[in-house]
Ligand binder design. Structure first.
Ligand code: NAG
Ligand code: NAG
Ligand code: NAG
Length: 265
C-alpha cells in the first residue's frame, strides 16, 4: 500500500491499549512509514556518547527529567539526518516552511541558553517517504505546540478501549521473564498454572501489569492526554477509534490511513 502524501502520526491511548501493536502493523502495511521513538533516540544518543546524549545522561543520573527542549532537539536531529527537515536558507519549492524559537545550531549549549534563543526557519518535506509515527513525544499540550511550530502532525489517533477491558487483559498476562514468553490465562494458558511450558520456571507479572500500578498510570495519562487531544482537536487532526482489542482496532485504523494518505485517482 502506497502513501500519496507525508503521514505524520501520533497514537494516543491509555497504557496497555496496544499502541506498539498498531504501530508495528501500520509499518508492515505502509513501507514508507517509519517509527520514531523519543525513548529510542535518547538511548541511542546516550550509547553513542553524543553531546546531547551525555547531557541527557547527566540529567537522568541526577534524577531529573530530560527537558522537553532536549527531546525536541533529538527529534530535530533525527528528522534532519533523514533529510525530512532542514534549516538551510535554500528552500526548494516542495518544502514547507515553519519556524521554531530555538537556536538552530547543533550544540549542546544552544539547548540551554534561553536568552540566546532566536527563531530558526525549518522546512519539512511533504514527500510520502517522510512519513512517521512518533512515539513518546509529545505527551503534553505544551510539547505539542512546540512540535507543531517545527513540523505539524497531521493525524492524531485517540485509541479508545474501555478501562475494564484493559484491566482484564493485563490481569491475565503472565510472562516468563528470561525468555520473554507471554501467557494469557484466558486464551493461551500455560500447561501448568504459573509455570513456563518450556523450562517449568515460575511465571511473573510485569511491573506494568500490576493493576494498582496501571491505575496510577491511567490517572496520570488522563490528566495530560486530555489537553493534548484537545490541542489536536482544535487543529482538526484528531480522529478517534474505538475497539476492545487490537484486532478490532487495526482494520479501522488502516481504513483511516487509506482515506487520508492513500493513493487517490
Ligand atoms: C479520547 O478518547 C477517550 C476515551 O474514549 C475519551 O474519553 C476522550 O473524550 C477522547 N478525547 C477527545 C479529545 O476526543
Ligand atoms: C488473551 O487473548 C485474547 C484473544 O486473543 C485477547 O482478547 C486478550 O486481550 C488476551 N489477553 C492478553 C493478556 O494478552
Ligand atoms: C466491548 O466491551 C464492552 C464492555 O466493556 C461491550 O459492551 C461491547 O459489546 C464490546 N464490544 C464488542 C464489539 O465486543
Amino acid at each position: 500500500m502506497a502513501l500519496s502524501r507525508a503521514a505524520r502520526v501520533i497514537l494516543v491511548g491509555a497504557p496497555g491499549v496496544g499502541k506498539g501493536t498498531q504501530t508495528e502493523r501500520m509499518l508492515k502495511k505502509f513501507s514508507e512509514l517509519a517509527s520514531i521513538s523519543s525513548g529510542d533516540l535518547l538511548r541511542k544518543n546516550v550509547r553513542e556518547r553524543t553531546p546531547l546524549g551525555i547531557q541527557a545522561e547527566h540529567k537522568m543520573k541526577a534524577g531529573s527529567l530530560v527537558p522537553d527542549t532536549m527531546i525536541l532537539r533529538l527529534i530535530i536531529n533525527e528528522l534532519t539526518n533523514r533529510g525530512w527537515l532542514s534549516d538551510s536558507t535554500i528552500r526548494p519549492y516542495s518544502m514547507y516552511t515553519s519556524s521554531l524559537a530555538m537556536d538552530g545550531e547543533d550544540t549542546v549549549d544552544s539547548v540551554f541558553i534561553p536568552s540566546g534563543l532566536r527563531t530558526s526557519k525549518y522546512q519539512y518535506s511533504e514527500s510520502p517517504s517522510a512519513s512517521f509515527i512518533l512515539d513518546g513525544f509529545p505527551r503534553t499540550a505544551g510539547q505539542a505546540r512546540q512540535l507543531d511550530e517545527l513540523i505539524p502532525i497531521n493525524l492524531v489517533v485517540n485509541i479508545s478501549t474501555p478501562t475494564d477491558i484493559i484491566i482484564d487483559r493485563i490481569c491475565n498476562r503472565w510472562v516468563h521473564a528470561p525468555s520473554g514468553r507471554v501467557y494469557n490465562t484466558t486464551f493461551n494458558a500455560p500447561k501448568e498454572a504459573g509455570k513456563d511450558d518450556v523450562t517449568g520456571e515460575p511465571l511473573t507479572r510485569r511491573d506494568d501489569d500490576d493493576p494498582e500500578v496501571w491505575k496510577a498510570r491511567l490517572k496520570a495519562f488522563k490528566e495530560t492526554s486530555q489537553p493534548l487531544l484537545e490541542h489536536y482537536d482544535k487543529k482538526r487532526v484528531l480522529w478517534e477509534v474505538r475497539g476492545n482489542s487490537s484486532d478490532e482496532i487495526t482494520p479501522k485504523l488502516l481504513k483511516e490511513f487509506e482515506r487520508q494518505f492513500g493513493e487517490r485517482d
